[in-house]
Ligand binder design. Sequence first.
Ligand code: HEM
Length: 226
Amino acid sequence: MLFRAASRTSTFEQTEVPMSRLLFLAVCGALLISQIASRSFADQAASPNPKQAPPDTKSATTVKTASPDAKSTPATKTTQKSLYERLGGEKAISAVADDFVGRMTADSKVNFTRKGTPKEWKATPENLTTLKKHLTQYICHATGGPQKYEGKDIKIVHKGMEITDAEFDAAAADLSASLDKLKVPKTEHDELMKIVGTTRADIVEKKLGPPATTPAPIPPMTTSKK
Ligand code: HEM
């Protein structure tokens, strides 16, 4: 079968094209168009819009850092600091000793100069300087600091001062007031008070108990005469 494709008014020579050839050309054309179309979509997907912002790697890292995995933190990082360090070291402890000595020496309940006892002490500037220096060394050393205590043995130095429990309690209250004044946190305050409390046995000589009473004489056994 032949297809008459030319118009009668055409100036070109009339051409007769077989139907099978036309069909073949149509199929080829359709295939070509579909290939071009699919190619242009693939190209679009591979090269995104250049105006689109790149992924924010910085903020992603920040998120990771802001919420670290607690379980992965090594246990060694949580090592406890010594009381000496937590108190603020020698400078802070020296400030405590200064305030404490000032309070104790002015406190009549403590009777620091030991007036009326066999071991009176003079609060001269030299004695006070030595006392503050040794007290600072003592506290530094007792709380874990590297300082060496250069004073006398605590039991020997207080021997014969006839210090009572009540006087020791008054001195402890003065230390507590110094720690509060210098804004030492409760944990460190209580730890230091505990350490100083252990010196009581070496410092206190006179135990204040109830006044000694002479026991009433036991009445002699009487035998009743019949
Ligand atoms: C009622 C309580 C206390 C009284 C009346 C008292 C009295 C004294 C006196 C008079 C001295 C001077 C001794 C001297 O230089 O010969 C002294 C020294 C000293 N006291 Fe106390 N004290 C008391 C409590 C404490 C406490 C609780 C501590 C513990 C931290 C302490 C630690 C020392 C130290 C380290 C020295 C210096 C020793 C030296 O320089 O060789 N005292 N005390």
